[in-house]
Design a protein around this ligand. Structure first.
Ligand code: MIC
Ligand code: SF4
Length: 644
């Protein structure tokens, strides 16, 4: 029987288990990436496991998130990261070099390889034919040390593309259409494989926009075959040698097929406060806009920004709009500068922002209260922009640039603008001087640890019995931005004691105090949640900090993939209700008990939660593989690795 592309790449990397949907498999990882906000903890954990050298083909440490540098903390983290990279053989991408996913696609992504990255948008690499998966920092640390990456063998859905995008319709609209089809929940354990005759009409950066935002659907990753477009892109990046042709067999089978006719797509937007809240731009026409931000790892390629520059050339940003533009990489910035597009943007009144995550993670240019912000990024969760009541809409660069001129939402097809057709460069500017490549003489580097760098905390072994209290009860779609806010709090990523005081800050600001009190008196803390708990980022601090606050179990209707894996890695038991209606039975403040929790986990049995407050017993599943059971019992992956 023919194989699909996902099966081919996974089989070539399979080290443990069998590729049977749902069964845990261990795969070899060729490349890893980290970014500074997750990377500092990942490298601290790498050191704590006693690892001394990376064993992957390539590991890159990017600095792109914490580049605001108010206070000493970020700069201290950067110095630590640079010294660790030198010592252990990791490529270091200096601040200013750009956003990890954009830069990796340009300079390192290689068809047919596997990659994990401590960032949920690592699937951007799928645009160039990689199996690229977002993971917690601890999983990345293990993979850097040569350990396998474990995942349930995925279901593979084929996305069959036909037709061709019409003028003003973009890859962003394709992925927003996909979000409308699949929504942001219920897609755990799925890989999307794009194909069909329409695929050839999309360039690699456009494909990368599509695979990037697959993260918002909660799929494991998304991938495009490697074809002539891939070759052209790699050639223009001076890396034709990295190209291989890769695709599914003609008679490949899939678990489901989704058909998308590119010719029928319209300009779309994700309205507040979810990337899955899709509306037509035409429906919103006329709505006043206060801020427009172009950039982020979803839409900051050369083509994206030249498009914006061509639309803005000779025009002025509306007086009531603040327009910010953040090129995705130094390569993009250099090309815009050399080709005059930067001047066009500046002349229009755009504020040129650093090539970094910046606005996307809410650590700069937050909108005013209640204001409308159009962004080309991928997430518009409530408060993520740094302003709780801001109304954030996600769109293409085309729609964003048009709104910057008009001062309101407008369908760009109706404005009488000339369509900016753009030639893809035959040769990108190649200047790798902001990377520091590993060299034998760097191995003696002394690791630099400023006062912001703490020890990675460890959990204790899983207690025999769970005797605890429901510290918080929440509903559906709780994101990791709700659990562990980023923005101005990001700088405490390497100081867990401090960072943990902000857990659930915007949901229930007394959460951490209640937890600390219980923890100090030996009462186990428990979180109860609805569907799709832990959506969004890969940040392991959304498990690590609750662990530090004495959270021992999360009981939810369903859990998202990366977050569930992070809970296991930090020894928090991830439980799901056998009967989803039982979510209603438990109240915040209830006392819960599980007699012999260790025994139930050891044997993979149903976990019986006794609600001592109302006398009811609630059955839950732990859904753990044998390996994960060992990790949870040991109190997390650090303890497990050190004892094996
Ligand atoms: C995000 O977009 O939410 C982030 C910030 O890039 C996170 C990583 C982090 O929290 O450091 C992600 O996507 O994993
Ligand atoms: Fe950075 Fe935003 Fe991309 Fe996350 S989603 S990696 S914060 S640009």
């Amino acid at each position: 029987m023919g194989k699909n592309l996902v099966q081919k790449i996974l089989e070539a990397h399979l080290k443990e288990g069998e590729l049977k949907v749902g069964e845990e498999v261990g795969i070899r990882i060729d490349q890893t990436l980290t970014q500074d906000a997750t990377g500092t903890m990942a490298y601290l954990q790498f050191e704590a496991m006693g690892l001394t050298e990376v064993k992957t083909d390539l590991s890159v440490s990017y600095v792109d998130h914490n580049t605001v540098q108010v206070g000493f903390e970020n700069a201290d983290d950067h110095a630590y990261l640079q010294s660790v990279a030198a010592k252990y053989g990791i490529v270091f991408s200096r601040p200013g070099n750009g956003i990890c996913h954009q830069v990796h696609l340009e300079r390192f992504g290689k068809p047919g390889t596997t990659m994990i990255g401590s960032d949920s948008h690592t699937p951007t690499g799928g645009g160039i034919g990689q199996i690229a998966i977002g993971a917690g920092g601890l999983d990345v640390a293990v993979a850097m040390g040569g350990g396998f990456f474990y995942l349930p063998a995925p279901k593979v859905y084929k996305v069959n593309l036909t037709g061709e995008l019409k003028p003003w319709i973009t890859a962003k609209d394709v992925i927003l259409e996909m979000l409308e089809t699949l929504s942001t929940k219920g897609n755990v354990g799925v890989i999307l494989e794009y194909g069909g005759p329409g695929m050839a009409t999309l360039t690699v950066p456009e494909r990368a926009t599509i695979t990037n935002m697959g993260a918002e659907m909660g799929v494991t990753t998304s991938i495009f075959p490697s074809d002539d477009e891939t070759r052209k892109f790699l050639k223009a990046q001076g890396r034709e040698g990295d190209w291989v042709e890769l695709g599914p067999d003609g008679d490949a089978t899939y678990d489901r097929q989704i058909d998308i006719n590119l010719s029928e797509i319209e300009p779309l937007t994700a309205a507040p406060h979810s990337p899955g809240n899709i509306k037509k731009v035409s429906e919103l026409a006329g709505m006043k806009v206060d801020q427009v931000l172009i950039g982020s790892c979803t839409n900051s390629s050369y083509k994206d920004l030249v498009t914006a520059a061509k639309i803005l050339k000779g025009r002025k940003v509306h007086p009531k709009v603040s327009l910010g533009v953040a090129p995705g990489s130094r390569q993009v910035m250099q090309m815009l500068a050399k080709e005059g597009y930067l001047a066009d943007l500046i002349e229009s009144g755009a504020r040129i922002l650093e090539s970094a995550c910046g606005f996307c993670i809410g650590n700069s240019v937050s909108p005013g209260s209640g204001k409308v912000s159009i962004r080309t990024s991928n997430r518009n969760f409530e408060g993520r922009s740094g302003t709780k009541d801001a109304q954030v809409y996600l769109t293409s660069c085309e729609v964003a640039a048009a709104a910057a001129i008009e001062g309101e939402f407008a369908d760009p097809r109706k404005l009488g603008l000339e369509y900016p057709s753009i030639m893809m460069p035959e040769q990108y500017v190649i200047d790798d001087s902001m990377f520091i490549f590993p060299a034998p003489k760097l191995k003696d580097a002394v690791i630099v640890r400023g006062p912001n760098i703490g020890e990675p905390p460890r959990n204790e072994k899983l207690p025999q019995d769970l005797k605890g209290e429901v510290m918080l009860k929440v509903g559906d779609k709780i994101t990791t931005d709700h659990i562990m806010p980023a923005g101005p709090r990001l700088k405490y990523r390497s100081n867990v004691k401090k960072y943990s005081t902000f857990v659930f800050e915007n949901v229930d600001s007394a959460f951490h105090e209640r937890c600390s009190k219980n923890r100090d008196s030996g009462i186990h803390n428990i979180i109860v949640a609805g569907e799709s708990y832990g959506q969004g980022s890969s940040r392991e601090h959304a498990a690590l900090c609750p662990m530090y606050l004495g959270v021992k179990a999360v009981v939810a209707r369903s859990l998202e993939r990366i977050h569930a894996a992070n809970l296991v890695n930090f020894g928090i038991v991830p439980l799901t209700f056998k009967n989803p209606a039982d979510h209603d039975v438990i109240s915040q403040g209830d006392s819960l008990e599980v007699v012999n929790l260790r025994g139930a986990i050891e044997k993979g049995e149903v976990v019986k939660l006794m609600d001592k407050t109302n006398g009811k017993t609630i059955e839950c599943d732990a859904n753990l593989s044998e390996r994960q059971r060992g990790i949870v019992l040991a109190g997390g992956l650090l303890n497990y690795t050190n004892s094996n």
